[in-house]
Design a protein around this ligand. Structure first.
Ligand code: ZN
Length: 234
């Protein structure tokens, strides 16, 4: 194998590792945002359950006040009945009392429905509280692991970057330029084998002349189709 190919293969291996690390680092903020969204969703679920519970309580109180008002009205009608001597007025008041009693029954039915909903909501609220605690714990541990991961990635990135100049030593400058350009444009795959006359980078057939030149190992040969640097598998 050409010594420069050998050097470039080592360089490519490290550069691919570095590239993977940088990709992973770049993905971290999105992951963090996802975790935050999960926590927010759990917050919202809990808050919704709490809000509904408060609403039920408020509505029940309102109904209680309305019942009380109707009961007071009935008392007033009854007093008026005691004071009147007219039969007509007496029956009119009795009718009013019956109407008010009906309204009270309706109000109490509504109150009962609310109380039942309130009871039914209790386990849901408890569940939402527990889910919230669990979600928070999970997110916090994820966040902590993200920080650790970030630190580890930073260390590895620095190591690889610090090590890189020693790996490029002795590589012809033009060749290194060509390699760097290809690394960027070809998704980090620059050096590829040619096997059975096919470039393993673009999977296209290369001509016999090229195959022979690669086999001759006299100079750096690029794939006529994709431009990647070809070498024979050892
Ligand atoms: Zn190719």
């Amino acid at each position: 194998m050409l010594p420069s190919i050998e050097k470039l293969l080592t360089l490519q291996d490290r550069d691919q590792k570095l590239r993977a690390i940088l990709t992973e680092i770049a993905a971290l903020p999105a992951e963090k945002a996802t975790r935050n969204r999960e926590l927010k969703a759990a917050d919202d679920r809990l808050e919704a359950a709490r809000t509904r519970q408060r609403e039920i309580e408020v509505d029940r109180k309102k109904l209680e006040v309305e019942v009380k008002a109707k009961q007071d009205q009935i008392s007033r009608y009854k007093n008026q009945q005691l004071e009147t001597r007219k039969n007509e007025e007496f029956s009119a008041l009795r009718h009013e009392i019956e109407m008010a009693e009906k309204v009270i029954i309706e109000l109490e039915d509504r109150e009962l429905v609310l109380m039942e909903e309130g009871e039914a909501l209790k386990p849901a609220l408890l569940q939402a509280q527990e889910a919230h605690v669990a979600e928070k714990k999970k997110v916090e541990s994820h966040m902590a692991s993200l920080i650790t991961r970030r630190e580890n990635l930073d260390v590895r990135q620095k190591d690889l970057e610090a090590n890189r100049p020693s790996l490029t030593e002795g590589i012809d400058e033009d060749l290194l330029d060509r390699y760097n350009r290809l690394f960027k444009s070809k998704n980090g795959i620059v050096l590829v084998t040619v096997e059975h006359g096919v470039c393993s980078g673009c999977n296209m057939q290369v001509n016999m002349q090229t195959v022979l030149e690669v086999r001759g190992e006299k100079e750096i040969i690029g794939c006529p189709q994709c431009g990647r640097i070809l070498f024979e598998p050892q």
